[in-house]
Write a protein that binds this ligand. Structure first.
Ligand code: MLC
Ligand code: AMP
Length: 506
């Protein structure tokens, strides 16, 4: 046997003194040094009592050591469960409980919040700070720099990534070794990643885009990663001339375009700019080409499916479209009511099937059945059409979802908290255009009879429970919510009413 993902991504670099990560201060970490660290971490994970199939939850800052925890999980067969560093204690508690994680790695600054949760849920807890230091790395340092890789096959699970849902409860998407490997192989080839590439990596490593797309593609191609703790415009502008590729959410590109230093001369070493996770405005695509001479390559993916479509590398990268289905991915557009496939050019719900599609939601068979058909097609909840040239365009979402700066926010999760607040009868949360984040969150509150909601108190309760990116940026009080004859809240009316709230001044 072998280990499907480890062997292809990591194992093949064993013993190579070639650069893998270059940090912001130009420190270089070789493949060999990275794998030695990962092996020590795999020993420590095993020493903590975890065996193949157990879950390790991490809520830690982005660092080479954090990435080595991912490699260590793959090598030891343990399921990697990364969590957004912005999540609050109550949010993290749900993920630990739902996943049954045996071990949790958290930032030392959060230990006082997380340790009692772990104690209640009988999970072990260790720390790792944003610089990679902490109890976990300290304990691991005692172990050898080699670890006997645990056998794992294509259908074994490699990672859980939690994704919220329209009911407000997050679901753990189970991703197999094959899901991750097959998609990364397709992308590495499609986008031509080789050992001559240097990728600017400024995305977080707790989501598909930064963890699986950016990292795995570079590992497969033997490409070097310039590794940033987060998006930092100055650092990117400094390093762009040393790089060949960037992957980002649309906010990266609008922020770069806001900087006059970002131009054709600066980007002349670059061969590829990839955008995804949220819609890239056609005007950003056009402005980008005018400024730099490069056409952004937009692609479309999801936590449950990895990447589904991509604009072509060589052919026409069409603004406003997400390109063609990737090799091996079947894509059809279906009637939202009947599920029947509809004619080319008509708008419907996008469904996808292929080796990229996940194995279901952890311990949620009903949710899995609702979204993953028996024939293997996954119902994405995105509305779109395929044109006569085969390009896919996404026009909206059948699901009630806001995407802010590439982070998904499900209004239901926020409404459930707002509905519980004193003085509030009911609430509605909508996404409105935002110049930096693409969309942002607006809350509408209906007061309970003869009461006036205390917005400041509500805001502070929301802050204690929800990550910053989910918190409404604006609150409004209304006597009643607009509803249709079926009693459903007409969110389109609210979106329209508040659409100019964050508009850029002319
Ligand atoms: C941070 N903040 C956000 C935010 N990110 N608010 C709304 N939306 C966001 N996306 C808040 C912070 O809490 C803080 O609030 C302030 O903004 C500044 O925080 P920061 O830490 O300085 O972050 P910033 O640089 O502003 O981050 C913006 C960003 C980041 C766009 C660089 O959000 C980011 O890296 N997004 C990428 C998300 C991603 O990887 N998505 C892929 C999902 S996978 P305050 O009040 O202090 O100002 C997927 C599948 C696929 O979708 O197809 O890829
Ligand atoms: P997530 O659940 O975080 O993986 O987000 C997946 C969702 O992001 C998809 O269902 C789409 O709605 C959206 N998305 C990803 N890429 C694109 C894109 N290029 N254009 C429009 N929406 C996108």
């Amino acid at each position: 046997m072998a280990n499907t993902l480890y062997d292809e991504l990591f194992g093949k670099h064993a013993g190579r003194d070639t650069p893998f990560l270059i940090l912001q201060d130009d420190t270089c970490i070789t493949h060999a040094a990275f794998l030695a660290k990962a092996a020590q971490f795999a020993h420590e994970i095993t020493a903590q009592g975890l065996v193949a199939g157990d879950r390790l939850a991490v809520q830690i800052g982005k660092s080479p050591n954090a990435l080595a925890v991912y490699a260590a999980c793959v090598q030891s067969g343990v399921i990697f469960l990364p969590l957004n560093t912005a999540y609050t204690g109550p949010e993290v508690e749900y993920f630990i409980e739902n996943s049954g994680a045996k071990l949790v790695l958290c930032d030392p600054a959060k230990l006082s919040d997380i340790a009692p949760i772990c104690a209640r849920l009988s999970a072990r807890v260790e720390t790792m700070a944003a610089d990679g230091s902490g109890t976990f790395a300290d304990k691991a340092a005692a172990y050898p720099a080699e670890f006997a890789t645990v056998d794992r096959g294509p259908d074994d699970l490699a990672a859980f990534l939690y994704t919220s849902g329209t009911t407000g409860r997050s679901k753990g998407a189970m991703l197999s070794h094959e899901n991750l490997l097959s998609n990364s192989q397709t992308l590495a080839e499609y986008w031509r990643f080789t050992d001559r590439d240097i990728l600017l990596h400024a995305l977080p490593i707790f989501h598909t885009h930064g963890l699986f797309v950016a990292t795995n593609v570079c590992l497969l191609g033997g490409s070097v990663i310039r590794f940033y703790a987060g998006f930092d415009c100055d650092a990117l502008i400094r390093d762009i001339p040393k790089a060949t590729a960037l992957m980002g959410v649309p906010t990266f590109y609008t922020r770069l375009l806001d900087d006059p230093r970002f131009d054709a001369e600066l980007t002349k070493s670059m061969r590829l700019f990839v955008s995804g996770s949220a819609p890239l405005l056609a005007e950003t695509h056009i402005q980008f080409e005018e400024r730099t001479g490069h056409r952004i390559l937009e692609r479309y993916g999801m936590t449950e499916t990895n990447m589904n479509t991509s604009n072509p590398y060589d052919g026409d990268r069409r603004a406003g479209t997400v390109g063609y289905p990737l090799p091996g991915v079947e894509l059809k557009v279906c009637d939202p009511e009947t599920g029947a496939e509809i004619p080319t050019g008509d708008v419907g719900v996008i469904e996808v099937r292929g080796p990229n599609v996940f194995k279901g939601y952890w311990q949620m068979p009903e949710k899995t059945r609702e979204e993953l058909r028996e024939n293997g097609f996954f119902i994405t909840g995105d509305l779109g059409f395929v044109d006569d040239r085969g390009y896919v365009t996404i026009v909206g979402r059948a699901k009630d979802l806001i995407i802010s700066g590439g982070y998904n926010i499900y209004p239901k999760e926020i409404e459930m908290i707002l509905d519980d607040q004193e003085g509030v009868l009911e609430s509605a949360v909508v996404g409105v255009p935002h110049p930096d984040f693409g969309e942002t969150v607006v809350a509408v509150l209906v007061p309970a009879k003869s009461q006036t909601p205390d917005i400041a108190a509500i805001q502070s309760n929301v802050e204690a429970q929800l990550a910053r990116f989910k918190q409404p940026r604006s609150y409004h009080v209304m006597d009643i919510l607009p509803r249709n004859t079926m009693g459903k809240v007409q969110k389109n009316i609210l979106r329209d009413q508040f659409k100019d709230l964050f508009a850029k001044p002319l």
